[in-house]
Design a binder for this molecule. Structure first.
Ligand SMILES: Nc1ncnc2c1ncn2[C@@H]1O[C@H](COP(=O)(O)OP(=O)(O)OP(=O)(O)O)[C@@H](O)[C@H]1O
Length: 611
């Protein structure tokens, strides 16, 4: 006891010395505490003035809370006759739940706002049993004068990090606080064990499918020096992948992995993609199944050596420059005018590959079938690539459904300029159209028509028995165009282009929050749908910066499932109320006549993005 008292006095003196003389005063203080005092001081925390910030938007019903509460309740029961308070803090160091085993300690903690919603970040309140755990990453006891701020000195707080079972990221902190004179080192062991139990609950809480994905991820992660990603509802990136690839590169990679796995068929796919840094990466993706359900994809990543790079970067046709050079390509003479914005100026590997494949095939005058969802830019891309590789030839595009016997009369037998005929939406061709095209192909084969043919086809029609199937034998090559949702890194250019096209005279741009929404929305209707959303935003804000709330409410929600009519109406009402009250959830909940917790639940369930 004498020792404890001596220790208490020694730390109190060291604290006073530190505050007066700086680092030298902290000699003899536990290193984790001394380091925290330094951080607190350099963050400008006032040791004599106490101020904690309140955040009304904390989530008391989060997954972390759900997994922690059974453990906290058990601990509360076990410690019912010990004068402690048990608290759970979220990843922003905000208290989300508190249980008092002693009302006296509870009352004292109330006076320092140790309450749900208040944040105990170290750079606000200085050394404490929550914020310091986030900084140090380890279980930490802060006893009496080890606290930086005077108001916390009467207490002893022991916090232990709750780690995400896979990523190792700190998801929250479990804290046990009591008066400093009643603290015992046993508390440390207790809190540490309870935090580990919560971590285990986090793992068990996963649905079966998620667990199947995590287990495959963990297995792959065990391979030495293997960069791994698991792509499901969220994306998990192991340490090796994080150290090898920037966040932008990680986005490009997992988006491409999703894209190659979106093709029906094999559960495994291998591809190599160039990154913007000039490096390239080999992707080995495996679809993880849980019964009938697709749990996600596990992706193994290997940086390609320079030799492999060189081979891969050799253009498929030596006369075709790499696609990334298009903007400065020779087809556009230098002059005062800026070169036109090309739709081929993309960053996403799947889009660049489609452009290169189309250019190569058109150069060889192969008959190309371009496959993709409606509105992905198939026709525009074909026309652009054709202009690029055969600048002297013409391109015409004909809606396949309108093709009749007479449609190609002018091309057969004529020896005018060579022409690429793009048959648009081949799935809608009639029997008469099929006959007309068959005759055209025969004429081309005999040298009676100076034409090449390409067609676009909607992906969903491939399996159908529509008349176009009779024409497939005439085509040499398929080029697949990715939907917009797999081209997130291209969205800034596409949006800029659409704005320029829609409002050429105006200086319009998109705010960062609106850009985030645009990137998160899946755009099932592809470019026409995005154009429609921007036109609607421009109606609300004809000039200046388009804000998130200017976009149609349907784009402000990112729902992973199909909603019923009633749900869609409720989702829109919530999105509108939030927009009306500037994102203030309390006001939005009041206006909607629902409790705050129901609003939080619904925001999650409808995946309404925060702006
Ligand atoms: N990268 C781009 N940036 C901006 N606008 C684009 C881009 N690509 C295509 N567009 C525009 O999007 C619209 C749809 O393009 P396009 O008609 O080429 O698509 P599609 O896939 O052939 O469509 P559909 O399947 O309906 O025939 C066009 O108005 C086109 O100008």
């Amino acid at each position: 006891m004498v020792d404890r008292e001596y220790q208490r006095l020694r730390i109190a003196a060291a604290r006073a010395d530190f505050l007066e003389y700086g680092t030298a005063g902290a000699a003899g203080v536990p290193p984790v505490v001394a380091a925290s005092w330094e951080r607190s001081q350099s963050a400008g925390v006032d040791a004599g003035r106490y101020r904690v910030k309140y955040h009304e938007d904390f989530d008391s019903d989060s997954r972390l809370a759900r997994c922690a509460l059974p453990v906290i309740d058990r601990l509360t029961e076990d410690m019912s006759d010990v004068p402690v308070t048990i608290a759970l803090a979220d990843a922003q160091a905000r208290i989300v739940h508190r249980r008092d085993c002693s009302t006296a300690v509870g009352r004292l903690l109330d006076r320092i706002d140790f309450l749900p919603g208040f944040s105990f970040e170290e750079d606000n309140v200085g050394t404490n049993g929550i914020g310091t755990v986030f900084e140090s990453g380890i279980p930490t006891s802060v006893v009496g004068s080890e606290h930086f701020n005077e108001s916390l000195v009467p207490f002893a707080c022991t916090g232990a990090p709750i780690h995400h079972p896979i990523t190792g990221r700190i998801e929250g902190v479990l804290d046990v606080s009591l008066l400093s004179e009643t603290w015992t080192p046993l508390i440390y062991a207790l809190v540490k064990t309870a935090a580990a139990d919560i971590g285990r609950n986090l793992l068990l809480d996963r649905s079966q499918a998620q667990r199947a994905l995590f287990e495959s991820f963990i297995k792959a992660d065990k391979r030495p020096r293997q960069a791994v990603m698991a792509v499901g509802g969220s994306v998990i990136v192991n340490q090796r992948a994080q150290s090898l690839f920037t966040p932008d590169e990680q986005l490009t990679i997992h988006q491409h992995a999703r894209y190659i796995m979106s093709e029906p068929g094999d559960d495994r796919a291998v591809d190599s993609i160039p990154l913007r840094s000039g490096r390239s990466v080999r992707i080995r993706a495996t679809r993880i199944l849980c019964g009938q359900q697709v749990a996600g994809i596990v992706v193994l990543l290997d940086e390609e050596s320079n030799d492999q790079d060189r081979i891969r970067k050799t253009p498929a046709h030596p006369h075709i420059t790499p696609i990334t050079k298009l903007a400065e390509g020779p087809a556009y003479p230098a002059g005062p005018e800026k070169p036109p914005l090309l739709i081929a100026d993309g960053n996403s590997p799947a889009w660049n590959k489609a452009c290169t494949d189309a250019a190569t095939a058109l150069f060889k005058q192969a008959t190309v079938l371009v496959l993709g969802e409606p509105g992905t830019g198939k026709t525009t891309m074909l026309a652009e690539q054709h202009r690029r590789v055969r600048p002297l030839d013409r391109t015409i595009s004909i809606d396949a459904e309108h093709i009749t016997k007479e449609s190609f009369a002018g091309y057969v037998g004529a020896s005018a300029n060579a022409t690429l005929i793009v048959l648009r939406d081949l799935e809608s061709i009639t029997r008469e159209g099929v006959d007309a095209i068959t005759q055209l192909f025969d004429a081309i084969a005999k040298g009676d028509a100076n034409c090449a043919v390409a067609a676009t086809l909607s992906e969903s029609s491939v399996e159908s028995t529509l008349p176009f199937r009779d024409l497939l034998s005439y085509f040499d090559q398929t080029v697949r165009v990715p939907p917009l949702r797999f081209r997130v890194s291209d969205l800034p250019q596409i949006v800029a282009r659409l704005l320029k096209e829609t409002a050429p005279e105006r200086r319009t741009r998109v705010s960062p929050a609106a850009s985030r929404l645009i990137s998160a929305f899946p755009w099932p209707g592809n470019i026409p749908q995005l154009r429609g959303a921007l036109i609607s935003a421009l109606r609300k804000r004809p000039v200046g910066e388009i804000q998130a709330e200017d976009l149609p409410s349907s784009c402000r929600t990112i729902s992973p499932r199909t909603l019923t009519t009633l749900e869609a109406a409720e989702r829109d009402a919530i999105a509108n109320a939030l927009s009306e009250y500037g994102g203030n959830r309390v006001k939005a909940a009041t206006a909607l006549g629902m409790s705050r917790s129901s609003l939080y639940r619904k925001l999650k369930s409808y995946a309404i993005a925060e702006t």
